[in-house]
Design a protein around this ligand. Structure first.
Ligand SMILES: Cc1cc2nc3c(=O)[nH]c(=O)nc-3n(C[C@H](O)[C@H](O)[C@H](O)COP(=O)(O)OP(=O)(O)OC[C@H]3O[C@@H](n4cnc5c(N)ncnc54)[C@H](O)[C@@H]3O)c2cc1C
Length: 631
């Protein structure tokens, strides 16, 4: 569905108001993104919103400006949008964020606009690396059969594919994303988001309160992730064994799986050369005498130089040991058939037994008959697929954990160049266990223009642009919260996944503590000005404790509810959780969906709770064990 002509007219006025020096085709490009949103309901809502903005009476009531948006003066338009951004009405804030994110991210991920704020990427063309995997071409309606069909090729699916083929099984992998390898990693931010991230990087919770980043490409999250490879912490293994009736998490069997995947990926701490961001983090932590440590990473021969930091758009050197260059290649070499651009719509269930899946590649229907069906579509899509297939269990889609992440940011005197250098090298567990294993980690993450555009408060186009132009001197302390109380995945009328998530009061208290502590770290590192990714621009110049406390009071007054504070999730977990009963979980200890023979789940969705550490290695260890059971 494309935007109606009336909505397009308003969109032109909105984009020109949001971005100073916007290009003539910006509205058109934003309109194309809206048309490509996966949910029809979201597309229709944006069309309606734009048309409502052009009703004079609505603007009179909501903004005190009795004119259609397109007939306002530039100053009135700015005042109108500012009012939406900081409104007490959640729907208005949601509407503003939808438009701001779409517009500013589209603009600043354009190479010309990015260079104008001092961002040099991308650094030259990609290498001409050959493609070792030959996906199966689908050109007509197709029926296939195999021992095991795996839905999704990320951390979970990739490992299951590698291990099942090693056990001599005939395997088919169906992946929604395309096959892109080093030769395709252009490092153009906009293109990378569109081609390798789910929903082009625009996925979020229903209320837009959390941006959901997850991979959608052959290799899933492991291709675009930041390489941090923590093993499952002993305390979490103990908690899962004790509180969820899953003793195997403390067994040598699980420890062997963890060791096996870490070895295949070459996880090591020899590639933790601090980037400009990490140097700021370390300086601040040391000033305060707080914990910091080296991050284990799944890289071989990572040069950790200026060309690094673009790893979120794929590693051109093949140093990152994603499933693309490890388990999937192993599987393909052993004869696994891999189908890309393949959207699995439902599991075929006959007589309470999974008989295969039905998928679409473009306009072609692909049916795969298999003895075992293994879902590894990630924590948003695995439960959605089960729901679409008619599976009903009380815990299905519930308990979704997201490790909500935000950051406290700072303007530094030094040129941090926060997009470059080792993608993640150091972390702090100073506050990881505030209560029963719940708390937060500090890590950094590369800031490319899209992230700065999302984070920068918008009070006017000029103010937003000024903040964007400070990107080269911006540092951050990233906050990764282990959330105790989760959200829910459901499906809409069309079967598309919908995510609902509200930060609980308990988790909010930890987040508040994290914001205060992160500001202290940045003060210790010598920050010149400290700010938060709020809808309002609320910052302070460090000096005294009173200055920080005054800032925190202003932060509280500005509000940090949905669409007031930017929250992003890089880690989705626990929406098909494993447990000891069909009443409280979705799969049993052997990954079988309760009540259906031959149907397994083997991805982050089976975590009993949030892992508290970056989850990839835990997903892989779980998948490694699952493959042995299924084989
Ligand atoms: C930017 C970013 C950075 C990250 N950094 C780290 C890090 O440093 N360390 C770490 O431990 N974790 C990190 N993560 C998280 C980590 O990558 C994920 O937790 C992990 O990949 C999850 O594994 P999974 O198998 O559950 O899902 P995924 O790896 O996401 O794989 C799911 C796959 O299923 C496919 N799929 C979905 N629906 C369908 C369908 N209907 N049909 C067919 N295929 C489908 C998707 O396209 C995707 O490829 C990061 C994530 C992101 C987004």
């Amino acid at each position: 569905m494309s935007l109606s002509p009336a909505a397009q007219r308003v969109l032109r006025a909105v984009t020109a108001t949001l971005v100073a020096d916007s290009t003539a085709d910006l509205a058109e490009r934003v309109a194309r993104k809206i048309s490509a949103l996966p949910r029809a309901a979201d597309r229709a809502e944006l069309d309606l919103l734009l048309r409502v903005l052009d009703i004079g009476l609505v603007n009179l009531l909501l903004s005190g400006i009795p004119r259609p948006f397109t007939r306002m003066s530039p100053a009135q338009r700015e005042r109108c949008l500012r009012g939406w951004a900081t409104s007490r009405i959640a729907q208005r804030r949601k509407a503003f964020q939808a438009l701001k994110r779409l517009t500013t991210v589209t603009h600043y991920t354009t190479p010309g606009a990015a260079r104008a704020i001092g961002y040099p990427g991308p650094l030259g063309p990609p290498p001409t690396t050959p493609k070792p995997i030959r996906p199966l071409a689908i050109t007509t309606a197709t029926t296939l059969s195999c021992d095991a069909v795996i839905v999704g090729s990320g951390a979970g699916g990739g490992v299951v594919a590698g291990e099942l083929t090693a056990a001599g099984k005939d395997v088919i992998v169906l992946e929604k994303g395309g096959y892109r390898n080093e030769a395709d990693f252009t490092h153009q931010e906009g293109e990378a988001l569109e081609t390798m991230y789910d929903a082009g990087g625009l996925l979020s919770t229903r209320d837009l309160g959390l941006v959901i980043l997850q991979g959608a490409t052959l290799g899933g999250g492991t291709v675009i992730n930041y390489t941090t490879s923590f093993p499952t912490p002993d305390a979490v293994r103990h908690e899962w064994a004790r509180d969820h009736g899953l003793p195997h998490f403390e067994s040598t069997e699980y420890a062997r799986s963890l060791a096996a995947v870490a070895q295949r990926l070459g996880v090591n701490t020899d590639h933790a050369k601090p980037s400009g961001r990490d140097r700021v983090l370390i300086r601040g932590l040391e000033q305060l005498g707080w914990h910091h440590g080296l991050l284990p990473r799944d890289v071989r021969g990572c040069t950790q130089d200026d060309a690094c930091g673009y790893c979120g758009f794929g590693c051109r050197r093949g140093a990152k040991q994603s499933t693309l260059v490890t388990y999937l290649q192993d599987a393909a070499a052993r004869g696994a058939r891999i189908v890309v651009d393949c959207d699995v719509r439902r599991v075929i269930i006959e007589d309470r037994t999974a008989a295969g899946v039905e998928a679409r590649v473009g306009n072609h229907v692909v049916s795969v008959r298999a003895k075992s069906v293994i879902l590894a579509a990630g924590s948003v899509h695995s439960p959605a697929l089960l729901l679409r297939s008619g599976v009903r269990l009380p815990a299905l889609g519930r308990h979704l954990a997201l490790h909500p992440a935000t950051a406290v940011l700072a303007d530094m005197d030094e040129a941090v160049r926060p997009w470059t250098g080792t993608v993640q090298a150091h972390y702090s567990d100073q506050f990881a266990d505030l209560d029963a294993g719940y708390g937060f980690k500090f890590e950094t993450a590369p800031i490319h223009p899209s992230l700065q555009a999302l984070a920068a408060p918008w009070e006017s186009a000029v103010q937003h642009r000024e903040r964007m132009a400070k990107l080269p001197h911006t540092a951050l302390v990233g906050i990764l919260l282990r959330d105790r109380f989760g959200g829910q995945v459901s499906v809409d009328r069309d079967g598309a996944a919908v995510v609902d998530y509200r930060l609980s009061r308990y988790d909010r208290a930890h987040l508040r503590r994290a914001i205060a502590a992160a500001a202290e770290v940045l003060e210790g590192a010598g920050a010149r000005e400290i700010w938060l990714p709020l809808a309002r621009a609320v910052s302070y110049r460090p000096g005294t404790r009173a200055a920080r406390e005054d800032w925190l009071a202003r932060v509280d007054a500005a509000g940090w509810g949905p669409n007031e504070l930017l929250l992003v999730t890089f880690h989705q977990m626990a929406s098909c959780r494993m447990g000891a009963s069909a009443k409280t979980s979705v799969v049993d200890a052997e990954h079988r969906v309760w009540g259906i023979r031959g149907l397994y789940v083997a991805d982050a969705s089976v975590f009993p709770t949030a892992s508290g550490v970056n989850p990839m290695l835990t997903v892989m260890a779980i998948a490694h064990r699952a493959a042995a059971i299924i084989a």
